[in-house]
Design a protein around this ligand. Structure first.
Ligand code: NAD
Length: 266
């Protein structure tokens, strides 16, 4: 691991020589938009911790309570905007022949920032799933008119279309992400504590397969000792700087050379 020394020339060179970039994001990328992470005091709602509410057991016991928490989070997110880190990730996409964004976030802010196809490993708070038929529908109204909401087709209880603690990830999203991690030649890991598995293993899969892995976080994490570089700081400062310098180097909009010539020299 390199010491946290900012966005060095070498780091920009390594990232700009990659032709297949994967970006993995966690709650930290949305923190500067005003969406709290689950860690520490700011993750509390009333007296509850997220781990006590984001479970099937909690939902079964009191669906109204769990939906009230989601209704609160949905309103909180709808009052926020994507921040410069989300926007820079959407910009970075233009600089690579192959680009993938994998997010653990459920807030929809990558979509709103213009990312074309974020893989939402943990689902979205803007969708719901029928507990009887398992059909998925958009649920965009905020605040919700009815808590808990019911399926417009069959009347059964709806649940948020998110992955709760103790539940497996959707197989297709995980397999797709695993493939991306196995084949990418660089990965940016932004604002994740890398303790929620299996998402946390993706940077290690990438590293194991020879990718250059860079972490952006306000603190060292469980994977810091294993990645190529950890940049300590706010995602909203560091990611736009990385994107600007990499896009300049690869000659994407605003840069000097053509991405194809960059590929040839990689
Ligand atoms: P986490 O809460 O475990 O960790 C957040 C990480 O972000 C920490 O390592 C922290 O040091 C870092 N961080 C905080 N502010 C930052 C900033 N401004 N810039 C850079 N880094 C910053 O989040 P996680 O790893 O994503 O895992 C928790 C789970 O909670 C995930 O499954 C996620 O789906 C869910 N979650 C999602 C949201 C959301 O959708 N916005 C919010 C809270 C939790």
């Amino acid at each position: 691991m390199e010491p946290a020394s900012g966005v060095t020339k070498r780091l920009v060179e390594r990232l700009s020589k990659a032709t297949d970039l994967a970006v993995l994001t966690g709650a930290g990328v949305s923190q500067e938009s005003g969406v709290p992470t689950f860690r520490g005091e700011e993750g509390l709602w009333k007296q509850y911790r997220a781990e006590e509410l984001a479970t099937w057991r909690a939902f079964e016991g009191d669906p109204g309570l769990v939906w009230s928490w989601y209704d609160y989070r949905r309103q909180l997110v709808s009052d926020t905007e994507p921040n410069p880190a989300h926007t820079a990730i959407a910009e970075l996409e233009k600089g690579y022949p192959h680009f993938s964004l994998i997010t653990q976030n459920t807030d929809g802010l990558h979509d709103r920032a213009g990312s074309s196809a974020p893989i939402e490993l943990h689902g979205s708070i803007w969708r719901a799933r029928c507990t009887a038929e398992q059909t998925v529908c958009d649920l965009l109204e905020s605040p919700l008119p009815d808590v808990p909401p019911h399926c417009p087709t069959c009347g059964a209880l709806l649940r948020p279309d998110v992955v709760w603690y103790g539940e497996p990830l959707p197989m297709d999203a995980y397999e797709h992400s695993h493939q991306i991690a196995s084949r990418c030649d660089a990965m940016l890991v932004i604002g994740t504590s890398a303790v929620v598995h299996p998402a946390a293993s993706l940077p290690l899969v990438a590293k194991h397969n020879g990718a250059f892995v860079v972490e952006v976080n306000t603190a060292y994490t469980a994977i810091s000792a294993l990645v190529d570089a950890t940049l300590l700081g706010m995602a909203g400062d560091l990611v736009p700087e990385i994107a600007r310098r990499v896009l300049e180097a690869v000659g994407s909009p605003g840069g000097a050379t053509n991405p194809v010539s960059r590929t040839a020299s990689a």
